[in-house]
Design a protein around this ligand. Structure first.
Ligand code: G6P
Length: 608
């Protein structure tokens, strides 16, 4: 969603801020802006891409200074206009602020501030916050931010500066990520490490209700009640090249094609073939709880929900523990019943999704043991869970998640095998699964070699506006994911569902040539899927089947076949999803869409 970059140092701030904004573009936004402190405050904003802002900046040549803040906005309060874009100022133009998140009590605060004579020119919650800071200012920006933070409810990551203290930046956070990068004689504050790594790899994440004051001489972190705290400075592991295209046309394409390598990385050192067991250091803290577990609840949003749904099947099948999966946004508000020995698994690429984080807090408060399956190291979910396993797939820049999905499924597979092995699974049974798991990256590679064929099949149908994706068992969530990928970036309407459900309504939609994608790989329900294929074809549907290599029968019943190598059924989602990712990618490219910046979507949804 929104992105923040701020700079304080010896160099001209503007190019650094613009470069930082570009690195945050992938998160999704609709407008952008910068403010520089140089004597007074200068603010330039525009609607649309960062490149539009750059053009506008060329017409403002006197914009210089070594302290500044910048923002990409994703509209929440107020429409997409230049006026509503950040940075926002108070009515006397002494303070500027960039803000991610939502201030929930902004209308109450606004009324009070208006009664005190403050004037507002936008409908945004952010303008209320900067005005509140201005109102509370008594010559010390850090204290004013602390005081304002004590009055607001909701979520925020902010960076503020003030014309009266030109060499100072003050940042604060509650519920929305913010990092401070510490360079040589410079600081870069950003909502995402990808905007920091070009300058320094030393950084710390601000904790909730913490404030950080930065000037040329250093920084000070404190709580909003002004108790000094020492942040945990770490080395960012992110390499700059990992955030670059490296010869591919799009990040999504790059991330699909690097899946064999990243999944090898996910598995590396975690499969102990000799002893027939899984080694997951992050689970040590809860190893007793895993043995005693009587129920798993998996919770997530978006693509992560689909991998969590696969996790539900895996945990019941391989660990023999009852498991259920639920949208985090629903789970947290339905007064969930958490019995003794319940383990809640929060699945998330970013580790910052607001609903997932809140669901996790809800479950934890009700006594559940919490476990995170997360990609971004040090993110909020990883800090708020009892234990966790990282995906190790590297930064995912493409808004439509691909490699993180595979990483999540691979990790959930390992957690299920590990739990099963701790409870009843024999070393031999485990060793067989591990051998198969080890071969998955090579098999993904084989599927990627068929990319041209997937492209050809896809391009024939891109003029069709309605698609169905159907699967059973492990491949029902894969069907959901295939449909989600297609709609996210190609804007084709697609539905994913259990293949059997088709007969209960959606079959009415099937007409001449409607593309219906079946997950028809070999498995327990293969014959049933064949019946669903026959029903679809007899109504004129155009069947594209994802099938197991060597299946000679499928070619006679499907219109087109996309091939995947054979593997044990519990591992099949790691393969069957790959052709669907390629399909979505090629459909979007053929329809002329900006694959990495799909309309209206944000990479990470940090508000409810
Ligand atoms: C957004 C993204 C999706 C992602 C979902 C959950 O909607 O566009 O790609 O799956 O958030 O994100 P998370 O970071 O929790 O996996």
């Amino acid at each position: 969603m929104c992105g923040i970059v701020a700079y304080l140092g010896e160099q001209p701030a503007l190019p650094i801020l613009i470069e930082g904004l570009k690195r945050l573009e992938y998160r999704g936004y609709d407008s952008a802006g910068v403010a520089l402190l140089n004597g007074g405050l200068k603010v330039v904003k525009s609607v649309g891409r960062v490149s539009v802002l750059e053009e506008k900046l060329k017409q403002t040549p006197d914009l210089c200074g070594t302290v500044g803040i910048a923002h990409t906005r994703w509209a929440t309060h107020g429409s997409v206009t230049e006026l509503n874009a950040h940075p926002h100022s108070d009515d006397q133009h002494r303070f500027v602020l960039v803000h991610n998140g939502i201030i929930e009590n902004y209308s109450t605060l606004k009324k009070v501030l208006e009664e005190r004579g403050r004037v507002f020119e936008t409908e945004t919650d952010t303008e209320v916050l900067v005005t509140l800071i201005a109102e509370l200012y008594e010559g010390d920006l850090e204290k004013a931010v602390q005081a304002a933070a004590r009055e607001v409810t909701g979520a925020y990551a902010i960076v503020c500066c003030c014309a009266d203290e030109p060499g100072v930046l003050v940042a604060a956070r509650k519920g929305s990520p913010l990092m401070v990068g510490i360079g040589a004689d410079e600081f870069v504050v950003a909502s995402d490490p990808s905007a920091i790594v070009a300058h320094t790899s030393r950084a710390f994440a601000l904790d909730d209700y913490n404030v950080c004051r930065i000037d040329k001489t250093g920084f000070r972190t404190s709580t909003i009640d002004n108790h000094e705290v020492s942040p945990k400075v770490m080395e960012l592991e992110l390499e700059l090249e990992e955030t670059e295209l490296g010869g591919f046309d799009h990040y999504m394409q790059k991330e699909i094609f690097e899946q064999p390598r990243v999944i090898r990385n996910t598995l590396r050192g975690r499969l102990d073939h000799k002893e027939g067991r899984i080694v997951l250091g992050g689970l040590t803290e809860i190893s007793k709880e895993l043995v005693k577990a009587r129920r798993f609840i998996l919770t997530a949003q978006g693509t992560a929900l689909h991998s969590a749904m696969i996790g539900e099947y895996l945990l019941e099948d391989l660990a023999k523990v009852p498991a259920e999966c639920e949208y985090a946004s629903e789970f947290r508000y339905r007064n969930p019943i958490i019995e003794e020995n319940t383990i809640v698994i929060a699945v998330s690429q970013s580790g910052e999704t607001a609903d997932t984080l809140s669901a996790l807090h809800e479950a934890r408060d009700r006594g559940a043991t919490s476990l995170g399956v997360v990609n971004v190291v040090g993110s909020s979910i990883t800090r708020d869970t009892d234990a966790g396993v990282y995906l190790r797939v590297g930064p995912e820049i493409g808004v439509a998640s691909t490699k993180a999905f595979l990483g999540q499924v691979a990790v959930l597979t390992m957690i299920a095998i590990h739990t099963g092995r701790r409870r009843f699974m024999s070393p031999d049974e485990c060793a067989t699964l591990l051998r198969e798991l080890d071969q998955i990256p090579d098999k993904i590679e084989r599927i990627l070699q068929t990319a041209e064929a997937v492209k050809r099949v896809t391009e024939q149908h891109i003029h069709k506006e309605n698609w169905l994706f159907l699967g059973r068992g492990y491949n029902y969530p894969v069907a959901m994911e295939g449909a989600l990928k297609l709609k996210e970036i190609s804007y084709i309407h697609a539905e994913g569902m259990p293949a059997a459900e088709m007969k209960h309504g959606p079959i009415a939609l099937i007409n001449d040539g409607m593309p219906v994608v079946f997950l028809a790989n070999r498995g327990r329900q293969y014959d049933k899927v064949l019946s669903n294929i026959a029903e679809t074809r007899s109504r004129g549907g155009h069947v594209i089947a994802v099938a197991t290599e060597g299946d000679t029968h499928i070619e006679s019943v499907a219109d087109e076949v996309l091939w995947v190598p054979d593997c044990p059924e519990p591992l099949s989602p790691l393969l069957t999803v790959v052709p669907l990712q390629l399909m979505a990618y090629y459909a979007a490219v053929a329809r002329g869409h900006d694959v990495d910046k799909p309309r209206n979507l944000a990479k990470s949804v940090t508000v409810e």
